[in-house]
Design a protein around this ligand. Sequence first.
Ligand SMILES: *[C@@H]1O[C@H](CO)[C@@H](O)[C@H](O)[C@H]1NC(C)=O
Ligand SMILES: *[C@@H]1O[C@H](CO)[C@@H](O)[C@H](O)[C@H]1NC(C)=O
Ligand SMILES: *[C@@H]1O[C@H](CO)[C@@H](O)[C@H](O)[C@H]1NC(C)=O
Ligand SMILES: *[C@@H]1O[C@H](CO)[C@@H](O)[C@H](O)[C@H]1NC(C)=O
Ligand SMILES: *[C@@H]1O[C@H](CO)[C@@H](O)[C@H](O)[C@H]1NC(C)=O
Ligand SMILES: *[C@@H]1O[C@H](CO)[C@@H](O)[C@H](O)[C@H]1NC(C)=O
Ligand SMILES: *[C@@H]1O[C@H](CO)[C@@H](O)[C@H](O)[C@H]1NC(C)=O
Length: 917
Amino acid sequence: MDPTLCYLISKRFIILLCLYTFFFTSILSSTHPLCHENESSALLQFKQSLEIKEPTSKIASWKLGGDNTDCCQWEGVDCDENSGHVIGLDLSNSNLYGSINSSSTLFQLVHLQSLNLAINDFNSSEIPARIGQLSRLTYLNLSSSTFSGNVPSEISQLAHLCSLDLSNTYDYPSPSRNSLKLGTDFTLENLVRDLTKLEYLHLGFVDISSTVPQVMSNLSSLKSIVLIDCGLSGEFPISIFHLTDLRNLRLDFNENLNGHLPEFQLNSPLEIIYVAVTNFSGKLPTSIGNLSSLTSFNTWHCKFFGSIPAQLGNLKHLIKLLLYGNHFSGRVPSSVRNLTKLRVLNLGSNQLTGPLPPQILNLSELTELYLAYNNFQGSIPSSIVDLYNLELLDLSHNEFSGTLQFEIFSKFKNLTNLVLSNNKLSLLINETIPNVAFPKFQQLGLNSCNLNSLPYFLRDQDKLEWLGLKDNKIAGRFPYWMWNCSEETLNIIDISDNSLIGFDQLPVLLPWTSLTYFDFSNNLLQGSIPIPQSLTVHYDISNNSLTGEISPLICNMSSLQVLDLSDNSFGGSIPHCLFNFSSSLKVMNLKSNNLQGCIPQSWTKVNNLMVINLSQNKLQALPSLKILILRSNEFHGPVYSSETNNRGFPQLVIIDLSFNSFIGEFPSKLFQDWTKRKNDSADHLTYMHVPAISFINYYRWDIEYNFTITMTNKGMQTIYQKVREDFIAIDISSNKFEGEIPNSIGHLRGLNLLNLSNNMFVGSIPPSLGSLAKLESLDMSQNKLFGQIPQELAQLTFLEFFNVSCNNLSGHIPQGKQFNTFDNNSFLGNLELCGNPLLKKCGNFDNSPHLLSPSEEDQGSFELISWIIILMGYGCGLVIGFAIGLRVITGKSYWFIKIVAIGQRILRQVSRRGSRK
Ligand SMILES: *[C@@H]1O[C@H](CO)[C@@H](O)[C@H](O)[C@H]1NC(C)=O
Ligand SMILES: *[C@@H]1O[C@H](CO)[C@@H](O)[C@H](O)[C@H]1NC(C)=O
Ligand SMILES: *[C@@H]1O[C@H](CO)[C@@H](O)[C@H](O)[C@H]1NC(C)=O
Ligand SMILES: *[C@@H]1O[C@H](CO)[C@@H](O)[C@H](O)[C@H]1NC(C)=O
Ligand SMILES: *[C@@H]1O[C@H](CO)[C@@H](O)[C@H](O)[C@H]1NC(C)=O
Ligand SMILES: *[C@@H]1O[C@H](CO)[C@@H](O)[C@H](O)[C@H]1NC(C)=O
Ligand SMILES: *[C@@H]1O[C@H](CO)[C@@H](O)[C@H](O)[C@H]1NC(C)=O
């Protein structure tokens, strides 16, 4: 027999052996030695050092006396047949809690060959270095047992180790988590150099943060490598794929790990290859057809491209095939018909074309078919019902066309997730056929399906969690029977972009008790405001014709993050409670309504001024506020700094106070933190968004919010559907700001847009503006600026728009570079200005620059801290419209990849689901 035979492998043999011993001991009454006293007392002391959280734990039965004297009979304890020494200890999943250290009597069990402490809670202890003294260990399993800190280098003294598992077993529902890492003195390379007999190397979620050492491919016994989410980087050594015994290779979630698939050899025993969310790239080699044992292949979110090779059809044992989120193109090869065992087929988010491959319809074992986000065309054949085992069918975001009779879905018994959204389909739902029973859906996505009415079958649906009916032609009133639809389970309802005109029998509070996401925006709804229950996180009813007052019951949505009531006809005052709203609120959009009335008297009164204390009540609770737009209101009074508070808005990058009646000096304090912000130059464009709601299923459902803002850029009102993450803008135009423009404005590096126009600024233009190297648009028109235009502004190579018209500027217009591109509109209305492009030629001016240079504003003003906006003497009659725009964007979502944390959660759920099968 192979001398390196692993404990694991011999387990069955040992069980037989145990049965055998048990049989004979019961007849012959114990012919083998009882366990050694020092070992039973070591075991008992180990037991006593821990708390046992569950009386049914294996370890609970350990005690001396009575029939229990022989520790070899204790549950989880294995003894050597001849010597009686304890050689195996399996306390996995035993509800143990407590710290463990080098003085633990566990380390007296020096004959141990197998130690399994997986799935317990060792209170974030470090793995004691004394583990190295258990030198006979062949099997060590500390997975999911809440160890932390560095993995001790003494592990590498365990020269006989066949199986090492320090992973987190994320199937396990408890928060038990190791947070282990390999340090600089004990690296993955050290580990694999010393433990040459390893067959199972499971270090999932251990922080390794290194490259994968080439020498790992010398471990010729390796059968299973699990390195999920280890922070691996560099190039994965291709020779590891060729290890002759390797069956299981899991490298998922190492985003910086590069790699390619090799030419696979015939008879490769590989069963599982997971490289999801890594930087693996290249084509799938045709030799993939040699992997005749492969059961699971997962390349989610990698960078593979090219066509899917026909040789995939050789993989007759394949059960899961996940190619989601790559750049595969072309048609699906007809050889998929050979994958008769396939249960999960996910080709989503690629560039695949052609009709729905008819061969797929023969894969009757399929439970999940996900083809979303490709370019599949043609009709959806009604023979799709041949896939009668389907639980999930997502064909959304393709170009499927034609009409589809919804009745066919009544043939599926277990279909819980059905998504047909965003194709060119017309879904026909014949309401008149009696007795058609549809499966109980959990996720039903019928966005953009040309529906004319709310499907009546919904009245029987009581398990719906997600209902998407966006962008249909649903008209009429929202029927009363919908209030009973999935009353307890409905989590997300999106019926935006339809033609609903009102609600039937609107209840005081909507009955859906689990609702978190409510979107009825862009309809024709009239009447009063519907109010969901307290779990709601996202509430959007914008762009309707709702009237009446905003009921204070709206504040019962105490988890709210996004509130969008814009573009309605709500009147009356804003409920007081909204201004004391919970800190969860991220977006409040009340724009374009008829809100009037008093600012609540409960707000602090200071010197007869009405105070909106944004800093202390609301915005202070939002240190991540990125955009503040108070454009076109009747705010007035100074933007005022309260120095008692020092939090500020470190994230604020866009401020638009334009078209108000603010007075006072340039509000430097708003921008104080900008100078400290690190200047990250992202490789690719990213857009601001509110990641407000968590994903609800293990596949992507595309719920996210991007800001849409309107700003005056380059002299034109510009609507930004998305806002670049690196866009930095200040627009305080059309107010009554006065005083000089501080020279410290030059510290706001990164500024793209600066609009100070139509105020009462005096003094000269600070030359420091010349250091705003990214400035694209600079508007200082309609002020009372005088002096010369600083020559430094000619250094602004990105400046596309420049306007200083209607001031009292004088002297030479700077020449060269961008200044050659501005026409005379930029300079009109300054009688003393001369030079191109103005007709007025320059005479003999005093050329000394900056005649009246501003008092150098000390940098200290940027150390000043937070601020509040003070509204002067108001009683009633104020109109407020916050205009922080927000839209739910459906479609390919960049952020899905970008927000790795969310992605990981989804993907982990995928694998969790998968591994149960
Ligand atoms: C768990 O760890 C904490 C912090 O090290 C310690 O204070 C506490 O006593 C430990 N609890 C047990 C039961 O060992
Ligand atoms: C370690 O123990 C856990 C829990 O019993 C188990 O799921 C896992 O497969 C074991 N690891 C190895 C390598 O045997
Ligand atoms: C790994 O194997 C190669 C080839 O068999 C050998 O040259 C090399 O020395 C080995 N490395 C280690 C660290 O054992
Ligand atoms: C599919 O299976 C058929 C019949 O078993 C076989 O002849 C054919 O070569 C297979 N195709 C591929 C691409 O494996
Ligand atoms: C699918 O199966 C049906 C019946 O089993 C068979 O007639 C048909 O040829 C198969 N189609 C393909 C493309 O394999
Ligand atoms: C539906 O699921 C049940 C339970 O998982 C299973 O027993 C049954 O065979 C499935 N039915 C179909 C048609 O797939
Ligand atoms: C709204 O919430 C408050 C406090 O949570 C509660 O007292 C009140 O009953 C709720 N209103 C309704 C109609 O449920």
